[in-house]
Design a protein around this ligand. Sequence first.
Ligand code: GLA
Length: 420
Amino acid sequence: MAKSSVIRPTAEDRKAVGKIAELAKKAGIDIKEGSIRRTSSRFCLGVEHGDYNGTELFGVGTDRFIWMAYKPSEDSLMRLYSGNFPGDGVVEFEMGKIPEPKSPQTADTWARFAYGVDFVLRRAGYKITRGINACIYGNIPGGGMSRSASLALNLILSVLDANGIEEADKLKIVDLAQAVENDYIGSPCGKLDQIMILFAREGFGTYYNPKKQSVEYVPLGKRATDFSIVVMDTGTVRPGLEKSTYKVRRAECEQFVSLLQRAGYKISCLADIKIDGLYEKILAQFAGQYPDLCDRFKYIFAAQQRFYEMLDAWKRGDVATVGRVFREDGIGLRDEYKISGPELETMCDIARTIPGCLGERMLGGGDKGAAGALVKTANVNALKKAVDIAYPASRPGFADKYAVHVCKVVDGVRVYDGMI
Ligand code: GLA
C-alpha cells in the first residue's frame, strides 16, 4: 500500500495522535517513530443489504475514524492497546499462537480482530514474521458506520506493512478483511463496508460492480445543492451481526435463491432478477406460500432499480433525487426487508419532519445502532435541535447516549509518518 505521507494531517488527526501518545505511554507500548494509519467509516448510498444479494454498491468514506500508531516489533510478538477498550488492557500474543476461530473466550474482546488478522494472513500464505506494537483510538460509533471493517482493514494493512509486504490487489485486502469477520469472528457480513472504506476518496463516491469486480470513482455533479451527511446514533447497542436479524435476513435471501433455482430459474443471487416481467412471474408463483421471502425480494428488486436512478442523479448533482431514493430505500428496509429497529425509526421519523431533510433511513446491519440522513446544509442545525427535543422524549432510556454526527466525505485510508 503506497503511503500518502505527502498528505498533511488535519487538526483532528493531531489531536487523536496526541491522545494516542498519552495512551501508549500509560499502557507501556513503544510506538516512538512509528507510523499512523487512519481508516475511515463509511456511508452507504445503495444498495443497503445488497452486497450479500449481489447488487452493485455505492457509498462514501466518512470522517469518523480509527487511528492506529504502530511500529514493527523486533520479533513475532503483537502488543496492542485500544483506548476504546481500556478494560481489555494490553493485548499481547505471539503471531501464530492464537485461539481457535469463533472461540467463546474471545467473543467479548476486541482482540479477536487482531487474532483474526493473524489467522487470515497466515492462511492466505503471507510470510508474517514480525508483530507490531500498536496503540489505537477511534471515534466511529458502533452499529451503522462499519467500525469493525475499519479496524480489520487497519490491522491488516499495518501488519502487512510491518512485514514489508505490498499487496497491490485491493480487492484481495477486502476479502481478507471480510474473512477476519466471517471465518475468525463468525460475523456473516458481506463486502460493502470493506470496499467502501478501502477505496474511499475525498470528494468522490465509490461505485462497485460485483459482476465486473470493478471500482469507479464518481464525482458528485457540479450543480449539486450543498448538503450534509448526518449520522444519528440512537445510543442503542447492537450485538454482532451473527446474533441479530441480519443473519436471519441473509439466510432467508439464500433460501429464496435456492427455491427459485429448484423451480428452474437460472440465477445465482436475488440481484440477477432485474426485469419486471420476471419479477411479477416470481411473485405470482411464490407470494402465496412464501410471503415473507417475497417481501425481502420486493425490497431488493425495487432498491436495485432505484440504485441506477440514484447513481444518475448523483452524477447530475441532483441531490433531491439521491435523497428521495435514500428515503424510499428506508421505507423498503423498514416495511419489506424488516431490518430496521424502533429507535432507528424514531430518528427517521424526527428527521422527516425537518424541511431540507432530503431523505433518511436506517444504516448498516440493522436492529440497532445509527440512522442516517441527507440534509441541506442550511437545515442541519434544525435537525440537530429537533433530535435533541424529540429523541430523548420518545426514548428516555437513551437520553444520555444518543449523538448526532455531521460528516464529511473523506479518504478511506491515510498513513502519516513523522507524527510521533
Ligand atoms: C453490515 C454488513 C455489510 C452490509 C450492511 C448492510 O454493515 O457488514 O456487509 O451487508 O450491513 O448493507
